[in-house]
Design a protein around this ligand. Structure first.
Ligand code: BTN
Length: 259
């Protein structure tokens, strides 16, 4: 049965915030992020929501693949020209708003993942393209979100990923998209004006790592203590409090309670 996306209603809610906004739903594409980055490099930098019912080459962070079967996940990218004074914390803002829109049990795993009981529910991949208009530097943000709706294979993981239908009975991709897109569009405008700071408390309320022992991919061990006003992860280590800003550093909990 064909999926009904209700693109018109989404468009009506978002266009007042993002003039020129369009909504596009494709049955299949390699990757919604790849497509919007291709378009941006070709000069198409208007606000757009691109939804794919299936991706053949979905991408995750750190060069990983994002695999999802048709109907088993919600996969989309939102492309917007964005001009914040400070870009730090953008992925945290997106995660916070998506989690809040979908379910109280969803937690945030710094910097880009949504978790339910320590299992990954969703991931965020943000990429940017630069261009110049009339001598003024501009930046286009492509915000890709992939959310598991149905249970999926563990794919060699020790625990299978989480899925939204465990929290929200029989949810379909258009239901989740309709819930999260208006607050996400508004949050991007708020972030552009005020940065991450107004979202700090909201992020911390769902922080999956808070007060837990963590290990960083660079070998550092410590205890996570939430995030700073710029979104940096605060980790208490033997060398004192460290602020982790690089998204290239991955963090994993090593136990329930920190030292
Ligand atoms: C991650 O967990 O590492 C990020 C996953 C991001 C997946 C989404 S699905 C929609 C968009 N298109 C992609 O190719 N990736 C993002």
């Amino acid at each position: 049965m064909a999926v009904r996306w209700n693109a018109e209603s989404l468009w009506q809610q978002v266009v007042p915030l993002w003039p020129g906004f369009t909504v596009e739903v494709l049955p299949e594409i390699d990757s919604t992020n790849t497509e919007l980055m291709r378009r941006a490099r070709a000069g198409q930098t208007d606000p757009v929501l691109l939804v794919a019912e299936r991706q053949t080459a979905g991408r995750g962070r750190l060069g990983r693949q994002w695999q999802s079967a048709a109907g088993a996940s919600l996969t989309f990218s939102l492309g917007v020209p964005l001009a914040p004074a400070d870009w730090s914390g953008l992925s945290l803002v997106v995660g916070t708003v998506v989690a809040e829109a979908l379910h109280p049990a969803i937690q945030l795993k710094w910097p880009n993942d949504l978790w339910v009981e320590d299992r990954k529910l969703a991931g965020i991949l943000i990429e940017t393209a630069n261009w110049s208009s009339g001598g003024v530097a501009q930046r286009y943000a492509v915000i890709g979100v992939g959310i598991n709706l149905l249970p999926r294979d563990a794919e060699g993981l020790s625990t299978p990923p989480a899925c939204l239908q465990d929290l929200w009975s029989e949810v379909q991709a258009p239901d989740a998209l309709a819930r999260l897109m208006p607050p996400l569009a508004q949050a991007l405008r708020d972030f552009e004006q005020h940065g991450f700071a107004p979202f700090q408390t909201r992020f911390m309320a769902r922080d999956a790592l808070r007060d837990r022992a963590v290990a960083l991919s660079d070998g550092t061990a410590g205890t996570a203590h939430g995030v700073a006003a710029d979104g940096a992860l605060l980790v208490h280590t033997l060398r004192g409090m460290q602020t982790i800003t690089s998204s290239e550093v991955s963090v994993r909990p090593t136990g329930k309670e920190g030292a």
